[in-house]
Ligand binder design. Sequence first.
Ligand code: ATP
Length: 234
Amino acid sequence: MNKLIEFIDVTKEYKIGEVTIKALNGVNFSISEGEFVVILGASGAGKSTILNILGGMDTASSGQVFVGDREITKWNERKLTEYRGQNIGFVFQFYNLIPNLNALENVEFATEVCKDHLDANDILHKVGLTNRIKNFPSQLSGGEQQRVAIARAVAKNPLLLLCDEPTGALDYVTGKAVLKLLQDLNQDTKKCVVVVTHNSAIAPMADKVIKVKSGMVESITINKEKQSIEGIEW
Ligand SMILES: Nc1ncnc2c1ncn2[C@@H]1O[C@H](COP(=O)(O)OP(=O)(O)OP(=O)(O)O)[C@@H](O)[C@H]1O
């Protein structure tokens, strides 16, 4: 498989007054096209920082990040904004839907600026919300809102789907259903999905597991035979 992403000696420092926090301290890894990747680590390990740099929401202090043959660490804010808008689908722990737009409008609003976006109705159908497209976020359960958020990200037809603790606010069964949806989307669309989580139990569902500790990569594991999330219990 072709390499899609490469992090080379990436560091990230946050300066707050006199104090410097090293969030990333020389991170190296690569991701191939179509891979389902889980980034694991304890709170504060640097997982979100990696995801934010990969998604062009934050910038590295040093090192290089390649997406395809493009070095995004060389880009200015304008180029990063365009990259984010066109290439990245984000799914967050707390859905971040627009309260006064219904499910369909939430998806359409996010995708209308994307060149190759998919049909909002089709994607909402795919995530199992055919009968809820006219509902506002407040009329949907947490799991349903997360499905809208996933539909919104997927409908952009992005290069990368980046998910930061996507089941963090959901109960066990609903969280598992959301992970199954992400696994199915990865399988069907062959798009690269990256899930950040502290839940090590879900590692077997990934093609690749990147363990992060204290701002560094502790280990990288390739699962030769990844498991369906349905068969994983925790
Ligand atoms: N904007 C910021 N300013 C200062 N420090 C930050 C900032 N963002 C992150 N950090 C620090 O960088 C380190 C890594 O944070 P990060 O959010 O990447 O960890 P994480 O592994 O995603 O943790 P969690 O699972 O709790 O979300 C932490 O020590 C955090 O406090």
